[in-house]
Design a protein. Structure first.
Length: 406
């Protein structure tokens, strides 16, 4: 701008000299003309300055728009992120006003009305209201378990500070209902396992103490006790074996080695291994193999399934026949185990796959069962994406069907 002013002065001076010496114009006319030219230069200068100002203003305007747009994008991204979080979240400022909360946290409100919410004036359910109030009032980290609509949440509050001044807090709730249920199931399983292991151990210990008494010489009782000790030892071994099997299935450590195999041969092998147990109770086997088409399964695991189902049928039957059949139903291969035993009530059918659950405790223990057989069956079939169907009536027997998509 300064260079342009010098240029205008030089041009104005040159114009004046030309008018005086070349055109011999009177000096007062030259002065007027120079004034006009000076005014022209001033107008042009002002136009240029205005144009530059407009350009600068436009540049600043564009920058402001761009910054605002970027801020809007960031705010929208933040809102989207918070809204899609898999856990309820709420953010409050230093005055306790609710800045934002996601859909998960909105579920804790008693109404859906859009209005200004604060830590004291809101419509959150009572336990949530109390936690928000404490988090804002005490300005410190708080961790607490609260219950809302029969769901357990781990509530966590993190205070926010700026220049050592409280500027608000963020509150997050994590649904721990499933974790608590799993913990309860695990505790129950450990309690049941301890009880089941103690029973044969206590029996063995008691009989050994009697046999070791000084002067004990009853050969008939000795023989009976040794037989019972062997039975209890076998039951203890089965419990430990079943626990290890369940542990592998639960931890996904068991790798299914699937291959094409003949299910009828696996069934025949189970019948052969359990025929002695069935014969002792006067039970007969009947087979009806309407399909021997190969199926794609882990033969060792299917053998465990069949052993458990047939063993259960023997344990809960006193007379009659245990029928085993195979057939096709649509695109599924079905294996059926049917007995004529005591049957299972509808209420018990919902629980028979629980670990250590027995429909007849005394009968199951006397037969040496661990109470884990059907849990193992269910876990193995789940790993094969196979379905287990139970049909039973009291005093009319039970039917277990394995449906394998082939």
């Amino acid at each position: 701008m300064i260079k342009e002013q010098y240029r205008n002065i030089i041009l104005l001076s040159f114009f004046g000299l030309v008018c005086i010496y070349m055109f011999k114009l009177p000096s007062f006319i030259v002065i007027i003309m120079m004034g006009i030219v000076a005014i022209y230069f001033a107008i042009q200068e002002e136009k240029e300055r205005t144009a530059l100002g407009k350009a600068e203003n436009m540049r600043l305007h564009n920058q402001i728009q761009n910054v605002t747009f970027q801020a809007d994008i960031r705010q929208e991204q933040l809102a989207t992120l918070i809204s899609n979080l898999p856990m309820p979240l709420i953010l409050l400022d230093n005055k306790g006003e609710v800045l934002l909360y996601n859909d998960g946290f909105a579920e804790f409100r008693d109404s859906k009305e859009k209005r200004r919410l604060t830590y004291v004036n809101n419509d959150f359910v009572k336990p949530v209201y109390r936690f928000i109030f404490d988090a804002t009032l005490f300005e410190r980290e708080i961790r607490k378990t609260i219950v809302v609509d029969e769901k357990e949440y781990e509530a966590y509050s993190e205070p926010l500070f700026k220049n050592n001044q409280f500027s608000g807090c963020v509150i997050v709730f994590q649904d721990i209902t499933k974790i608590k249920k799993q913990e309860a199931l695990q505790k129950r399983f450990l309690d049941d396992a301890s009880h089941e292991l103690k029973t044969p151990i206590s029996a063995i210990k008691g009989m050994v103490e009697i046999l070791n008494r000084e002067g004990f010489n009853d050969e008939e009782i000795r023989k009976d006790f040794l037989e019972q000790i062997e039975n209890e030892n076998n039951r203890l071994e089965r419990i430990v074996s079943d626990l290890l099997q369940l542990s592998r299935l639960s931890s996904d450590q068991l790798v299914m080695k699937r291959e094409a195999c003949d299910a009828t041969k696996i069934i025949d092998a189970s019948i052969a291994s359990l025929s002695y147990k069935a014969n002792k109770k006067g039970l007969a086997f009947h087979t009806d193999y309407r399909s021997n088409e190969p199926i794609f399964v882990d033969p060792a695991q299917l053998q465990i399934v069949m052993n458990n189902l047939i063993s259960n049928a023997i344990s809960y039957s006193d007379t009659g026949t245990i029928s085993l059949s195979t057939f096709h139903e649509g695109d599924s291969y079905v294996i059926e185990v049917k007995d004529e035993g005591r049957g299972i009530s509808q209420e018990e059918q919902d629980r028979i796959f629980e670990r250590f659950y027995r429909t007849d405790t005394d009968r199951s223990r006397s037969s040496g069962g661990s109470g884990l057989g059907l849990s193992i069956v269910k876990s193995v079939l789940d790993a094969h994406q196979a379905q287990l169907v139970v049909k039973s009536e009291i005093h009319k027997g039970s039917t277990f069907q394995i449906w394998i998509r082939n």
